[in-house]
Design a protein around this ligand. Structure first.
Ligand SMILES: [Zn+2]
Length: 479
């Protein structure tokens, strides 16, 4: 089945097909690196991670760009306040972003362009807009003339009557009732900005507007048009609206085909916000003893188009939910037996059904809540099978269930994180495990499967999973 996605452009769920067969291009607006991201920011980044992983699961190659906004009003003001250069300000926040990114198990995108590396291309785009009569200079700055671009505001469904004459005053915040000509290139006198961000241009020294940066970084890496552009709902207007005007205005070509927007994470029912000091960072939560796997589990628990309420009680539930997955995997591994003549189980049928339901759910505009539902039906019923079989099932049956778990987790990514969080193994325990494994290998050579299974059970009791591979047995600590 085809993937179906809700396209903000049409306000409908549409069948998704990439422009180029088998290859999806996507641009995901990245962090503004003037501060540490909070877990609410990561809610959007994780929705994009699920989108990326599921498209890969469906067999597509994915080319993803996530930009790093290292020049805009906020980065400049923060650099001026601290008396440092833009790079000195943003480098540590970029490092912090990647640290949280990796801790939460996000797959790396193919490209992470920094806005400050693309200023010449931005100047070129502004020149094209001026040539086409869509932009004009005023007081050393250049503005986009929205009255000259008839489809301005379609993404945000702006009423043409709401468009105002004249220019915006800052490039940070204005609302849809006050859509005005927006800044492409900010020049002229900018005493409050010091000299932290200044480049030469045909209009004198200045620096790019925030919206311009994304239009350029997207098309530089993905061409135009590309398949998917995404971000949080707050970006629909003005940011994404203006990205479209710039890229389409300059070339006459469509910009992005599908626009996907995630709703916000609330904290205890109220919008997470740095300015109101109402948020958690990953560090805050890890400091309280929570695991990244549980944070990830909670942040990807609900549909991306619904608000998500983040609470510490929810985080406790998420941790238990991850534990149930780890436990099922441990049981399946420990129950895997090579003994001939064991009665068949329903595990292969349950695994196939779970995979089918998972795919149907995610195909339907990434209905992740239903996807989790399918996975936990498997958890419940597979545990029932293991109870009924006295913890000993044909290896091939256990493997189909383990494969289904691994396949679904290649999208959800929580088991893989839980695995990384396992504690280091003390040397004495390691020696004991190796000793038991050697004895089990001997039992298997002698076809004494009952003995081999007993040793596997003994290891499982201490939380050690054994995996048999063509090159011998491997073990890992499951808890
Ligand atoms: Zn952007």
């Amino acid at each position: 089945m085809a993937v179906r996605l809700y396209n903000t452009l049409s306000r409908r769920v549409e069948d998704f097909q990439p422009l180029k067969q088998g290859r999806v291009t996507m641009y995901t607006c990245g962090p503004t690196v003037y501060d540490t991201a909070h877990v609410g920011n990561f809610r959007t980044f994780l929705f994009e991670d699920i989108l990326r992983r599921f498209l890969r699961w469906k067999g597509y190659e994915v080319v993803q760009v996530r930009n790093l906004t290292d020049v805009d009003d906020r980065t400049i003001h923060a650099a001026v306040a601290k008396g440092v250069s833009l790079r000195e300000l943003t480098d540590p926040f970029i490092d912090a972003f990647f640290s949280d990114h990796d801790r939460l198990g996000l797959e790396r995108a193919e490209h992470y362009p920094r806005a400050t590396d693309y200023v010449p291309q931005m100047v070129k785009l502004v020149e094209q807009l001026v040539e086409r009569g869509l932009a004009y200079e005023a007081d050393g700055s250049v503005y986009f003339d929205i009255s000259e671009f008839p489809s301005y505001g379609e993404l945000a469904q702006l009423d043409r009557a709401s468009l105002r004459e004249g220019r915006e005053t800052g490039d940070a915040a204005y609302d849809r009732e006050d859509a005005r000509d927006f800044v492409l290139w900010k020049g002229g006198e900018r005493p409050e900005e010091g000299d932290v961000a200044t480049w030469d241009s045909p209009w004198g020294s200045g620096r790019p507007g925030w919206h311009l940066e994304c239009s350029v970084m997207a098309t530089e890496h993905l061409g135009q048009p590309f398949d998917i552009h995404s971000g949080g709902v707050d970006l629909i207007f003005p940011h994404h609206t203006n990205e479209i005007a710039q890229a389409e205005g300059a070339t006459g070509e469509p910009f992005a085909r599908f626009w996907l927007h995630a709703k916000h994470a609330l904290l205890d029912g109220r919008k997470m916000s740095k300015s109101e000091n109402h948020y958690y960072t990953v560090d805050d939560l890890v400091g309280k003893g929570y695991r990244a796997s549980a944070i990830r589990r909670l942040l990807i628990s609900g549909h991306y188009r619904a608000e998500l309420n983040f609470t510490l009680a929810g985080l406790d539930d998420a941790a238990r939910s991850v534990e149930r997955l780890v436990e099922l995997r441990r049981r399946l591994t420990a129950s895997r037996s090579d003994q001939p003549g064991l009665p068949p189980t329903r595990l292969p049928e349950l695994a196939a059904r779970a995979l089918e339901a998972f795919e149907a759910a995610l195909d339907d505009d990434l209905n992740i809540a239903e996807g989790w539902g399918a996975l936990f039906v498997l958890v419940r019923e597979a545990n029932g099978e293991l109870d009924g079989a006295g913890e000993r099932v044909p290896a091939a049956d256990a493997d189909t269930a383990l494969d289904a778990l691994a396949s679904i987790d290649s999208v959800f990514g929580v088991l893989a994180l839980a695995e990384r969080e396992e504690v280091a193994v003390p040397e004495a325990l390691r020696a004991w495990i190796e000793d038991r494994l050697a004895e089990r290998a001997m039992a298997r050579t002698e076809r004494d499967y009952a003995r081999a299974d007993a040793i596997r059970g003994e290891l499982a009791e201490r939380g050690i999973e054994v995996e048999d591979t063509p090159s011998g047995s491997r073990w890992r600590l499951a808890r």
